[in-house]
Design a protein around this ligand. Structure first.
Ligand code: SF4
Length: 213
């Protein structure tokens, strides 16, 4: 008998105060899982294994209780974020939600981890993720190329400072576009940034052109 193909889904409670799950969400998850286990990742996600043909149904059912589902693998992950302890508006939660909507799930050469944090204290650890956004004073600072793993761990570099939400969305889209078009297969984003060069990436973001090797 042919068994149906299974795929992994990353699930979380969406962007809100803290990375919380409520009883309703846990019940829906438990109902679906039955005896199955789930994996808790360091990126505020729960990995579950589902039958491929069920994905659409699960996304709808989970979505009804506010659970978000994302693909696992070489995609942009959902935005890691801080707890917005000083308030949604002050810390730019709507901007984080919009940014996540625009980029999470985009296919890329290698898994890309974006992070958002509502003030320079940086609880979402934006500088050790591939793309890091910090709300600071009246604008948003954009860092790229951080890496938390292995002996190559490094902090990201500042690409843009004190930009407004619309400029931020466009710049993040452009950086990801550039990586999709020019990144080598399975090339981590921080390596791509080193190879392509910060100046070259900045030139592309500012003028729409870059020196492609
Ligand atoms: S980064 Fe700032 S706003 Fe966000 S949880 Fe930490 S202290 Fe609060």
């Amino acid at each position: 008998m042919q068994t149906e193909k299974k795929v992994k889904l990353a699930v979380n409670g969406g962007i809100s105060f803290g990375a919380m799950l409520n009883a309703k969400q846990l019940t829906v998850l438990a109902d679906y899982l039955g005896d199955q286990e789930l994996e808790v990742t360091t990126f505020q996600q729960l990995y579950i294994e589902v039958i491929e043909s069920d994905v659409e149904f699960i996304q709808k059912k989970f979505g009804e209780v506010g659970l978000s589902c994302y693909p696992v693998g070489n995609f942009v992950k959902s935005l890691r974020h801080c707890n917005f302890c000083k308030g949604a508006v002050e810390e730019g939660m709507p901007v984080a939600i919009e940014l996540n909507k625009r980029i999470a799930g985009r296919p890329v050469p290698f898994t890309l981890r974006p992070s958002y944090t509502g003030c320079p204290i940086g609880c979402g650890e934006p500088l050790v993720n591939d793309i890091g956004v910090i709300k600071s004073r009246k604008g948003y600072d954009l860092y790229i190329g951080g890496n938390a793993k292995g002996t190559y761990a490094k902090t990201g570099m500042l690409l843009l400072e004190q930009v407004q939400p619309d400029e931020l969305y466009v710049a993040v889209d452009q950086v990801i576009d550039l990586y999709i078009e020019n990144g080598k297969k399975r090339e981590p984003f921080y390596k791509f940034v080193n190879r392509f060069g910060m100046d070259n990436i900045l030139q592309y973001v500012m003028n729409g052109s870059a020196q492609i090797e």
